[in-house]
Design a protein around this ligand. Structure first.
Ligand code: ARG
Length: 275
């Protein structure tokens, strides 16, 4: 790419960002708190791109197999997306600077998905061709079904999303990471009921969700679909998919993730266990 275009790209991107396509809420990259990710870290992180956004970032995702990406259903639905309108950018340090977008052959959103707050916010994308696996681009491990990710587990969330509510990641759009504390489901549900009229007997945080974060550390708009990973016995396991929240990093409002263990059987209906 000519140098001028490389320099003009962030500007162009900001201009285009300001004008969302009709019918689709604009979603951008961000992580609240934390710091830029080291170059060699998080090799499974991908950026999901959409034709209606001029192939800009709409969501995160993760490689779970050389030919399969895990993301959130709200990133690709509820109206079924034509695979031709989606592309996947494997791990890059700065969004847009080294783009080599990969075509998608199949989009599979969970059939029970309706809205993120109702759960089943999970989707799979099959790539037309498997990615070239290297030390900086390779799949993450899925957790065993029995893994609950209790309070105290060391977990991180990564993405190019907003760095605060309504505050996009500034150029040169580095991938960000933040360590987030796991909040147990019943505690998270109680926190979400605080300040709301929703009866305590009506659950907000469901069994297929997982909470993490606090008032300083959270994912945010644009991180959706990206991975929450936890180091268990020395291996990184994907515990969650960035799904929803009430603002970003607000008191009593942890980030809410789709609980990956809940959907392992569904994932393996499509994705082979071994690459
Ligand atoms: N739904 C948002 C998106 O589409 C992600 C929200 C995550 N929010 C949070 N507070 N963790 O990008």
């Amino acid at each position: 790419m000519p140098n001028l275009l490389v320099l003009a790209l962030p500007l162009l991107v900001r201009l285009v960002h300001a004008t969302p396509a009709p019918g689709r809420a604009l979603q951008r990259a961000g992580i609240v708190g934390g710091q830029e990710a080291p170059e060699h870290k998080w090799p499974w992180q991908v950026s999901l791109r959409h034709s209606a956004q001029y192939w800009q970032h709409i969501c995160g995702g993760s490689l779970i197999h050389p030919q399969w990406v895990l993301t959130a259903a709200h990133c690709v639905g509820p109206e079924v997306q034509d695979p031709a309108d989606l592309r996947v950018q494997p791990r890059e340090q700065h969004l847009y600077y080294q783009d080599k977008l990969l075509p998608v052959s199949r989009v599979i959103a969970h059939p029970n998905y309706y809205a993120a707050q109702d759960g089943a916010d999970i989707a799979l994308l099959e790539l037309e061709d498997p990615v070239n696996i290297s030390s900086h681009v390779h799949p993450v491990t899925l957790p065993p079904a029995s893994e609950t990710f209790p309070t105290g587990t060391r977990c991180w969330v990564t993405g190019w999303g907003n760095v605060n509510r309504g505050e996009p990641l500034p150029p040169p759009f580095p991938l960000k990471q933040v360590k987030v504390p796991i909040v147990e489901n019943s505690v998270c549900d109680m926190k979400y009921h605080s300040g709301l009229y929703t009866g305590d007997n009506i659950p907000i945080v469901r069994d297929d969700m997982l909470c993490a974060g606090n008032s300083k550390r959270d994912s945010c708009q644009g991180d959706s679909g990206g991975p929450l990973v936890c180091k268990v016995n020395g291996i990184w396991l994907q515990a969650g998919v960035v799904s929803w929240g009430d603002g970003c990093a607000q008191p009593n409002r942890p980030g809410i993730y789709t609980r990956v263990t809940y959907y392992l059987d569904w994932i393996h209906q499509y994705v082979p266990e071994e690459p």
